[in-house]
Every structure is written in structure tokens, then in C-alpha cells.
Design a protein around this ligand. Structure first.
Ligand SMILES: *Cc1c(COP(=O)(O)O)cnc(C)c1O
Length: 664
């Protein structure tokens, strides 16, 4: 694509973008790789991939921030991070004050961050891929904690028209519905590689247009809006059907369609509808591959045929029934079923999840593979650890390009100078986080744990409070603790909301003990805090009920920065069980029964957690005696083992596996 063709497609180019987009630069980054990427996507000889995902967590506030000519608009900044703690004195007086850009709010949590990390590694590897998603005009939601009321969700506002790196195109695609035509505008965002030599274009669909009726305008407002089933159906059809129409409209030459999660299943339906000769579908469907991300029943979308009939024209309804009914008698359309039944290849996101998926879908068992998730090293690595790897570059070589080099850390395992540098690099991160939450006076030589992720039942957010008297006893007798919580709960997840309420109440009651145990919960967990927290605490706590965590990725961000794990045996952790990256505790899942996600096993697992916490606290205070460090302590070995495993749990390795097993 030429520069002129590129800017010719942008809406209001002269008025809004001519300063930031020039023949040499795109928002401060070189434009040549962007034009090259667009060109490759249209070239017949390239075997390009279209990657569909409902959400993308791209985290530009912490990685590859564009450099716009003018300061980022206030509408695209975000400051709302109040803290609720048992150190009351601080809560009433201070707020966290960070001047930061709002990360493009088109994600809710782990799935989106994984998609973002995947796209970044695709870009690093120079693979020809176009990503497709939705421009969420009101993001996910803004979280407020109201004591006694828990989480109160509010709408989030941002301004796509001034968001650095994002441009509206003149292109439109139209979907037929029973309510009339639904028009979608296409936007583009560009994901650069770490060395700025490659780019992955991200196409975002948007229904907020004057030509749409009032209902249609709101369809792309809020990610995972679910107060009526029609929202969910419309959002999924915009991704699948609208996404396929966008591929066509942009004349992309696509060889493989990758459906990241079942949300995009209707892409298969659109492919079928678009064929004049329906017998060709047997060949065409072989171009589709599917990644499934959840073993939790609610994670698989099922829609009543009646609801589908209210929305789609008859030919679409017929195709949805043809592909999505589990049995002839069923009156549901199951999106997972559409994918499993048609895609050439399906993968689960960790080896354990593969096992569980084969139990859940025995009729497809032989087609289900597992490719373990990862994280994008350049996004999640702290500066102090990058410096450390550079300092020991004889050992780590070009680790930026070859992430697997991190495994060479074992050569340094008994080098006292390295062990000291490693611990020091960690303390740098810990101090810089504590500086952000300065009024709460956290101490760098006190053992600090963090639990931060989506707040929902099976992740058991308040497990640590289940035996809080025992935790308190431990803090008085073995050594003090600092514990940070963060996470959002989907606005319609009542159990999640109850957990937030429970955490707030417990924190409040711990007020008189703040000298030995400080507990903080941060509002609006996002990718910015995801990085800050995973980089800097001593222990990353992860206690889902096995086997319901498909993979989990926040722990991978932590191990990359030498943060040890305290985890139940589930998801990716199963593949690090023997690597001594920390402590594994609690219920283990074995055998052919999946079990129930509401049988939370809180009594037994909280006892196991307290026991493990006692061991960890003992070891920590043997290592760190008020700032005097015993660098021979086994804690440091655990940190080293973490880095060794980060050589595997990254999206560079994962995307290479996708390329070999899914896309070729
Ligand atoms: C990494 C990340 C997640 C995913 O965490 P899990 O441990 O997989 O649940 C969720 N939210 C944010 C903001 C993240 O950065």
C-alpha cells in the first residue's frame, strides 16, 4: 500500500491526523513497516492469518507508547485508583495519583491481555497477520468501591478520535438484521514489534454511527454487556459476521482464520452464507482454527433459537441451526459447538486444559490439541530486570530476540554476585511500587503478597480471609505481612460482587492489626497495575479451584521478574510443578470427573494455604533479616527457577507453536 492510498482511506485526515501521520512517520514511529504490513496482507502469495478476538489488552501506557505531536487528551487519561486498606488513616486522606494514559479500553482481563500479547509477538516475529476486534466506545466499565456496597460499576468515557495510534477509516460494512441494516465503521490501530521493524494492523468494528438507529449505535458501547441476551448475540455477530465482511472489504488475502475463543464463531456462518456454491464449504471451513480458553460452563455461549430468529434473516438462522445444534432436538445454538465441529484445528491453552477439554467434549477429543499460553516479554519485563539480563549478556546473549535464552540463568545459579544483583533488582521494583502507594507506608523488607485478577467464584478471591485469625497469628509470631488485592468482577456476576464485599469487610476489621498485617485493595485493576504488581511483590498468590483455571497468565508475568509463586495446581502451573518456582498447595484434580465449580473446598484449601504461608514467611525472614540478605537462602533459588521457566511461558514460544501447528 502506498502512503497516499493509506491516508486516502482515513476519515478527516487533514483536520485530525496530518500532523501525526507523515510520509515518514506514524505517531512518532517509522511508517514504512506499516505500509509493508498492509501490502503483504493483500498479496496473494503470502499465507496471511486473520485473528479474531472480542478483546485486546495492548497496554500502550507501559509498552511501545506512540509519540503524538500534542499531549494526550485528558479524555484519554485515567486517574481513578483509590485504595481501601486497614490502615484507615491513609485512606481518608490520600489517593493514588498517577498521571497515566488510559490503556486503549477494549479489554476486560486475561483473555484480552493474551490476545494483545499474541499480536505483539506475531509482530516481533514478522508474521503476516491482521487482527480483528471491536471498538468499545465505553470500554468495559469503571470500578468504584463503596464500603458496605462493594463494587459499584460506572460507565467509562474515552475519546477514540484523539487516541494516539488509532484512526477511523472511510470503509463501512453492512450487516443485515431483522431490525434493518446495521452499519459498521472500520478503525485501524497498529501494533509495532519491539524493534519497530514489523507491524500487525488491528481492525476495530464500530456501530456508533449516525446512520444506525439508537439501539444499533450502542451495540459496541460496553464489552460483555449482558443485561439482555440480544446484546450478547449482537456483539458476537459483529465480531464474527462483521469481521468477515471487513476482511472482504479490505481485500485481505487470508489463508487462515483464527477464532480466539468461541465469541467469533459466527465467522464460520458468514463464510457459509457468502458461498454461492455451498458444497465449497467443506474446503473453505478447513481454513478455520479455534482456540478455546475456558473450562467453566458459563464461558461457553449458548443462545436460544428463538432469540436468534429475532435478530437474523432466515438464511443466517438456518445456517446457525445447521452448525450450532448439539442434537437435532436441541433448541439452542452453541458457539463452541460451531467451532469444534467445523474448524480444522482446535487448541486448549495449557496441557491440563487440553485434558479437561477432551473430557468435556469426548466426541471431538482426537482433534483437540493444547498449546500453552505465554506472555509478551517486552511488555511485562521490568527495566531493572532488563538491565540485569544485559549486565550478564555473556550468559543471556540476545535475549530480546530469543526469549528462550532466559533458561541460561541456571549457569549463574551459584554465582554469588548474580544472586545479589538479582535480589537487588527485585528490591528496586518493590521500592518503586511502594513509592506509588507511598501514603500507605509499606516497607521494603516486609514479605509482600499479591492476589490480583478477575474477581469471580472459582478463583476464590477471599480464600486468604477464610482463616484470617490463623494468618494474624502467623503475622504476630513469624513475621509481618503486606497483602495487596486488586480485580474487577463482571457487573452481572453476583458471586464475584459478594467476594469483593467480603474482602472489603475483612480489611476493615483488620484495622487494629495494621502494624503486623497491612492489607490493601486497589480500584480499577488494569494493565498498568498488572505490570506494577507482577513486577514488584515477593509472592504472587494464585488460588483457583482446580481444574477450572484454563491457564492463567499473571503468574507468568511475575516469574519473568523473579516473583515466586504460591499457587494451587492448575492451568500453566501444572507445567511448572516440578520446577520449584515457589509453593504449590491445596486440592489437586485427578481422574475423569471434572467436578463442580461451586464445590469451592474453602475449609481444606485455606488450611493448606495457611500452612504454606507459614513456610514461606519463615523462609523469607531467614533470608531477609531487616535488610541484611542471606544470598545463599533457597528463596533466591526459587527466584532463579522462575526466570528459567519464563524462557518457556512467553508468547514468542507460543506463537511459534501456533505457526507450526495451527497456521501452516
Ligand atoms: C495478566 C492480566 C490478567 C490475567 O490474569 P490471570 O492470572 O490470568 O487471571 C487480567 N487482568 C490484567 C489487567 C492483566 O494484566
Amino acid at each position: 500500500m502506498t502512503y497516499e492510498q493509506f491516508i486516502g482511506n482515513i476519515e478527516n485526515f487533514d483536520a485530525n491526523y496530518s500532523k501525526d501521520i507523515t510520509p515518514t512517520h506514524y505517531f512518532g514511529f517509522p511508517i514504512a513497516p506499516l505500509l509493508e504490513a498492509e501490502h503483504r496482507l493483500m498479496a496473494p502469495k503470502e499465507k496471511s492469518v486473520a485473528y479474531f478476538s472480542m478483546e485486546y489488552g495492548l497496554a500502550p501506557s507501559i509498552y511501545n507508547s506512540f509519540n503524538p505531536g500534542k499531549p494526550v487528551s485528558e479524555k484519554n487519561k485515567f486517574y481513578n485508583h483509590e485504595v481501601f486498606s486497614n490502615y484507615w488513616l491513609s485512606d481518608y486522606v490520600f489517593k493514588i495519583n498517577i498521571d497515566k494514559m488510559l490503556d486503549i479500553p477494549i479489554y476486560s482481563g486475561g483473555l484480552g491481555v493474551l490476545a494483545g500479547d499474541t499480536v505483539k509477538s506475531i509482530s516481533d516475529l514478522g508474521i503476516s497477520v491482521c487482527a480483528l476486534g471491536i471498538l468499545w466506545n465505553k470500554g468495559y466499565f469503571k470500578q468504584n468501591f463503596w464500603y458496605k456496597h462493594g463494587q459499584v460499576p460506572e460507565e467509562l468515557y474515552w475519546d477514540p478520535h484523539t487516541y494516539p495510534g488509532l484512526v477511523p477509516l472511510k470503509n463501512r460494512v453492512v450487516m443485515k438484521t431483522k431490525e434493518g441494516d446495521l452499519t459498521l465503521r472500520l478503525w485501524k490501530y497498529y501494533v509495532y514489534s519491539y524493534d519497530k521493524k514489523h507491524v500487525v494492523p488491528l481492525v476495530l468494528l464500530d456501530s456508533n454511527l449516525p446512520e444506525n438507529n439508537e439501539h444499533f449505535k450502542c451495540l459496541t458501547d460496553q464489552l460483555y454487556r449482558s443485561d439482555a441476551v440480544s446484546w450478547r448475540i449482537f456483539q458476537r455477530s459483529i465480531l464474527g459476521i462483521g469481521g468477515m465482511k471487513a476482511v472482504e472489504n479490505l481485500k485481505l488475502n487470508v489463508n487462515t482464520y483464527h477464532l480466539n475463543e468461541g465469541h467469533a464463531a459466527f465467522a464460520l456462518v458468514e463464510k457459509y452464507i457468502s458461498l454461492k456454491d455451498k458444497t465449497k464449504f467443506e474446503v473453505e471451513k478447513k481454513k478455520f482454527v479455534y482456540t478455546c480458553h475456558t473450562p467453566v460452563a458459563a464461558g461457553h455461549d449458548r443462545f436460544g433459537i428463538h432469540d436468534i430468529e429475532n435478530i437474523f434473516p432466515d438464511d443466517y438462522v438456518d445456517a446457525m441451526k445447521k452448525f450450532g445444534k448439539e442434537t437435532a432436538a436441541s433448541d439452542n445454538v452453541n458457539l463452541t459447538h460451531i467451532c469444534l465441529d467445523n474448524c480444522r484445528h482446535t487448541n486448549a491453552v495449557a496441557q491440563k486444559h487440553g485434558e479437561i477439554m477432551r473430557l468435556q467434549f469426548p466426541e471431538f477429543a482426537k482433534d483437540i490439541d493444547a498449546i500453552t499460553n505465554g506472555i509478551h516479554l517486552h511488555t511485562w519485563l521490568s527495566a531493572s530486570f532488563a538491565d540485569l539480563f544485559d549486565k550478564y549478556s555473556k550468559t543471556f546473549g540476545d535475549w530480546r530476540r530469543n526469549n528462550e535464552n532466559l533458561a541460561n540463568v541456571m549457569q549463574l545459579a551459584s554465582d554469588p554476585a548474580f544472586r545479589k544483583d538479582l535480589f537487588d533488582a527485585h528490591q528496586v521494583n518493590k521500592r518503586s511500587f511502594f513509592n506509588v502507594i507511598k501514603p500507605w507506608k509499606l516497607e521494603e523488607d516486609v514479605l509482600t503478597l499479591c492476589w490480583a485478577r478477575r474477581i469471580t467464584g472459582y478463583k476464590r478471591p477471599s480464600l486468604l480471609f477464610h482463616r484470617i485469625e490463623e494468618v494474624l497469628d502467623l503475622a504476630y509470631k513469624v513475621g509481618p505481612l503486606q497483602i495487596i488485592f486488586a480485580g474487577k468482577s463482571h457487573p452481572n456476576d453476583n458471586i464475584g460482587a459478594a467476594h469483593i464485599q467480603d474482602i472489603l469487610t475483612h480489611i476493615d476489621r483488620l484495622n487494629e492489626h495494621y502494624k503486623v498485617i497491612k492489607v490493601l485493595i486497589l480500584e480499577n485493576y488494569d494493565t498498568y497495575f498488572g505490570k506494577l504488581l507482577t513486577n514488584s511483590v515477593d509472592v504472587w498468590l494464585n488460588n483457583p479451584l482446580p481444574p477450572f483455571e484454563a491457564s492463567g497468565t499473571s503468574g507468568m508475568k511475575a516469574i519473568l521478574n523473579g516473583v515466586v509463586q504460591m499457587s494451587t495446581l492448575d492451568g500453566w502451573v501444572v507445567e511448572a510443578e516440578k520446577d520449584n518456582v515457589g509453593w504449590i498447595f491445596g486440592y489437586e484434580h485427578h481422574g475423569n470427573e471434572i467436578g463442580s465449580e461451586s464445590d469451592l473446598r474453602l475449609d481444606a484449601d485455606s488450611a493448606a494455604l495457611v500452612k504454606t504461608l507459614k513456610e514461606a514467611t519463615t523462609m523469607y525472614y531467614q533470608m531477609n533479616k531487616g535488610g541484611t540478605i542471606d544470598i545463599h537462602n533457597p528463596w533466591i533459588d526459587k527466584m532463579i527457577n522462575c526466570i528459567r521457566r519464563a524462557a518457556f511461558f512467553n508468547t514468542q514460544r507460543m506463537v511459534e507453536e501456533y505457526r507450526k501447528k495451527m497456521w501452516s
